[in-house]
Design a protein around this ligand. Structure first.
Ligand SMILES: *Cc1c(COP(=O)(O)O)cnc(C)c1O
Length: 357
């Protein structure tokens, strides 16, 4: 095994996932386990399934197929609104999909008819975050009526929404009530009660944990919160006591240097203009991990509270260790907990070793 390395603690991850699934189950909410944030790593998908997840979701269909290889009985759930060009692949890989375009739904129906199969769909509703979902109530009515009455190879499972992604909109009791009202409207429109009301992602979970989730929401699609606790400050809820993922990187240079660059300032390696604070001479550790492995370096959370990640480029990250109590040496390993972006990037990088403990 070599560095950089992502250490995955099976026991902690299992406990964290069971905690989330359990809290939701107490309130009649099914957790659809989202694996796209960990790139559907088979080792992690196995932990997720062993912890009790019955449905695996991803935006990438190849990850759903991988999940089925691990467990042929698992239900698969496609998150990203399907491309017209992937409909064939979609119905082969997913039992359920999220949708917002009638044209796509018609195409899915057509393909299912040819194959003699039924596909389950959840219609996404726009509640203000402004990514996917139907915004206009008349359009929603038209879509659900057509799916229910004319697209006979589709089963309209329910409706859902997505928050906290593009528009940074907080899932609140009001937003959830809005979705429940829309669900009632859809049930009334089609003349039967829809089975699923899917109230969002990890960012909706604190409502469940605080006992504030309105009745009527019976599904959440959770990824992030199964693996890391990176949103605690924002949502005033402590997700997990212990972190299951730890990233390790090795120190390749240790030197005292000025904190302000010397010379004429242009742009950095990625073409951005950056402001540099002059804090005088600092002791810095250069570690062998970079944006190619982790994305944004500021989303690394050092386990040592006395060090600070101050910058990086493709293959290097710079850590200010001036105030560190630990006596760092060349070749020492620094450890970090992850946030969504650093998890997403490091799990997909072939340059980051994965070790399960
Ligand atoms: C990614 C995604 C989720 C899961 O989000 P997390 O923040 O990882 O919980 C849920 N729903 C949709 C539509 C998604 O694209």
């Amino acid at each position: 095994m070599s560095y950089p390395k992502l250490v995955i603690d099976r026991k902690i991850m299992d406990a964290n996932i069971k905690d989330v699934i359990g809290k939701c189950a107490e309130q009649g909410i099914e957790v659809v386990a989202v694996v796209k944030g960990v790139n559907g790593l088979p080792g992690i998908m196995q932990i997720v399934m062993d912890a009790g997840a019955k449905t695996i979701a991803s935006s990438r269909l190849s990850q759903l197929r991988e999940a089925r290889k691990l467990n042929p009985d698992i239900k698969t759930y496609a998150l990203r609104i399907p491309m017209l060009s992937e409909v064939e692949e979609l119905v082969e890989s997913a039992d359920i999909s999220l949708n917002s375009e009638l044209e796509v739904l018609e195409k899915i129906n057509e393909v299912c008819e040819e194959k003699g199969i039924t596909h389950n769909v959840i219609i996404m509703c726009e509640l203000g975050d402004l990514r996917e979902g139907i915004y206009n109530k008349d359009e929603l009515k038209k879509v659900v009526l057509e799916v229910e009455n004319e697209l006979t190879s589709l089963h309209l499972l329910g409706i859902g929404t997505n928050l906290g992604c593009y528009g940074s909109i907080l899932p609140t009791v009001e937003k959830m009530n809005e979705l429940v009202e829309l669900a009632d409207f859809v049930s009334e429109t089609i003349g039967r009660k829809i089975e699923v009301v899917s109230g969002g992602a990890t960012t909706s979970f604190p409502l469940v944990a605080r006992g504030e989730m309105p009745e009527g929401i019976n599904q959440l699609r959770i990824g992030d919160g199964l693996y890391v606790s990176d949103l605690d400050e924002c949502f005033h809820y402590e997700m997990h006591d212990q972190e299951a993922l730890t990233l390790q990187a090795e120190i390749v240079e240790l030197k005292e240097k000025p904190s302000h660059p010397i010379g004429e300032i242009a742009v950095n390696a990625f073409g951005n203009k950056v402001e540099y604070e002059d804090k005088g001479i600092r002791t810095r550790a250069l570690i062998a991990i970079g944006k190619q492995d982790i994305g944004e370096y500021s989303h690394l959370r050092p386990l040592d509270p006395d060090i600070e990640v101050i910058g990086g480029s493709s293959d290097h990250t710079i850590v200010d260790i001036t105030n560190a109590k630990r006596d760092y040496k060349l070749g020492d390993i620094m450890e970090f907990h992850l946030m969504y972006e650093t998890m997403l990037m490091s799990t997909q990088s072939e340059y980051v070793d994965k070790e399960y403990i």
